[in-house]
Design a protein around this ligand. Structure first.
Ligand code: SF4
Length: 241
């Protein structure tokens, strides 16, 4: 059974949430330009890109290619680049930093300690993210409250940081996301059909079992509290990193 058959169950107020999301994206494009969508190519992000294209909004999309993505992610990225009205830009880590880190710590450093895992995320994700956000007034993510305890209070618009962050699916359920994908024929990541709810780097992402937390497939060898890659963590200055 695929992800659509398993998950596509809209909540009773789905239509109202969809209206709210569309209005928020229109307002974001009108009042917060230049802004951009950060996409991991997971289910939430392909829904947001689909909405941006359907509403013909002037919001470009970027993807971080960490060099460790699944081949299925790279396949979906190529299809998205070919089909999206909104331009899709790919940011990659600085090669010298990657080579130096892998030479020093090995290619499986992320499993040895949280510090090494975070160092890998810093080189492969956080630094390219900072480049992707340069010159942008705001950004858009696919964060949802349901994804984890750490995300339970995610607002639709987070203005607590110097660069506002729109989370237009913050109050959507997993069932709402898949209902949108099913009803609009959105191209989605094939690993979702193999019980991967969250898409990330290949060494750090696994399938989950029924009943497991959404984020259980990410950095599964670590404690729940440590499980953010730095992309949505605020540093001491309150700047999204
Ligand atoms: S998710 Fe894993 S492979 Fe990807 S950047 Fe972080 S530690 Fe490295």
């Amino acid at each position: 059974m695929g992800a659509i058959e398993l998950h596509a169950r809209p909540s009773p107020d789905y239509a109202a949430k969809l209206d709210e999301t569309q209005a928020l994206l229109v307002r974001a494009a009108a009042s917060y330009a230049p802004l951009t969508q950060a996409s991991s190519l997971g289910a939430e992000d392909v829904v947001i890109t689909h909405l941006i294209n359907a509403l013909e909004l002037d919001i470009p999309v970027f993807v971080l290619d960490t060099g460790m993505l699944h081949p299925q992610t790279l396949g979906l990225l190529e299809r998205l680049k070919a089909s999206s009205r909104a331009p899709v830009t790919v940011y990659r880590p600085q090669q010298e930093s990657v080579i130096r880190f892998v030479r020093r710590e090995g290619s499986d450093a992320m499993y040895r300690s949280i510090d090494l895992r975070k160092a890998c995320c810093q080189i492969r994700k956080v630094e390219p993210l900072q480049r992707a956000l340069q010159g942008q007034r705001a950004w858009i993510t696919g964060l949802r409250r349901e994804q984890s305890a750490a995300r339970a209070d995610v607002p639709l618009l987070d203005e607590s940081e110097p660069r506002p962050k729109f989370n237009p699916l913050a109050n959507w359920t997993w069932g709402d996301v898949w209902h949108y994908i099913a009803t609009h024929g959105v191209d989605y990541h094939p690993l979702h059909d193999q019980f991967y709810p969250s898409i990330g780097c290949a060494p750090c992402t696994r399938a989950i079992s029924l009943g497991e937390d959404f984020r259980a497939g990410r950095w599964w060898w670590e404690d729940e509290a440590a499980k953010e890659c730095g992309l949505h963590v605020k540093d001491k200055q309150g700047v999204a990193a």
